[in-house]
Design a binder for this molecule. Structure first.
Ligand SMILES: [Zn+2]
Length: 223
């Protein structure tokens, strides 16, 4: 699949099928972008833009904040009130000690973070089963490779992309994934109780956790 340059919509603008409400994405890797693309095919209300793909989480948050501030400023110049466009950063924890600070900065500027701890593969696994304890990334990937209900993830050690066959394996399981993710909230090291982490919760202590259901729900889609 060809990758558009930043700012190019993932689908042609216009026509009756596509709405014009933009959603801007700042993603850590190709796999996050794969997921965004699959979700984008499910909505006619929102227009997706993958603005940036970069492995530096801080840069993702910086650019998302800049985009929102610029759009709010431009609206003010047109004398329009505008709370700014939807902007999502997608990344996992992977031991990055800056994550808690990045969350604080993002919240202040209305940027949302789709966050998986310890890794994005946790979110795929939650589509199939409850996760208990604090499995590390390798254990999570091993469980995915060993699923009996699908062989789509067997080659995960060689290729972590969300291929068509893997996406098809997830389809029909979103509600299960959301439910399983909510159950993880009770395992948070902060005193959080399901279904959501408290405002004072420290993201790096949400192990394991994944809030990508918040993204899917905000887009009013399911799969
Ligand atoms: Zn929490």
């Amino acid at each position: 699949m060809a990758r558009p340059s930043p700012g190019t919509p993932l689908h042609p603008v216009g026509g009756r099928r596509r709405g014009r409400t933009p959603v801007y994405f700042f993603v850590e890797g190709e796999t996050e972008e794969d997921y965004v693309r699959h979700l984008g095919a499910l909505t006619t209300e929102f227009q997706f833009f993958v603005q940036l793909r970069h492995t530096d989480r801080e840069r993702l948050v910086d650019e998302a904040i800049n985009l929102r501030r610029n759009e709010v400023r431009k609206a003010a110049e047109r004398r329009q009130s505008d709370n700014g466009p939807r902007a999502w950063c997608l990344f996992d924890y992977d031991g990055d000690g800056r994550v808690d600070g990045l969350f604080r900065r993002a919240v202040k500027d209305g940027v949302r973070i789709g966050f998986s701890h310890p890794c994005l593969e946790l979110w795929w696994l939650l589509h199939f089963q409850i996760v208990t304890g604090r499995p590390d990334s390798e254990t999570i990937k091993k469980k995915l490779r060993g699923l009996s209900s699908t062989n789509a993830f067997h080659g995960l050690s060689k290729n972590k992309r969300l291929t068509r066959s893997r996406w098809e394996a997830l389809e029909g399981r979103y509600v299960t994934a959301r439910t399983n993710a909510e159950k993880l909230v009770s395992q948070c090291e902060c005193p959080c109780s399901p279904p959501h982490h408290d405002d004072g919760c420290v993201p790096s202590k949400r192990n394991p956790s994944c809030n990508l259901a918040a993204l899917v729900d905000s887009l009013k889609i399911t799969y």
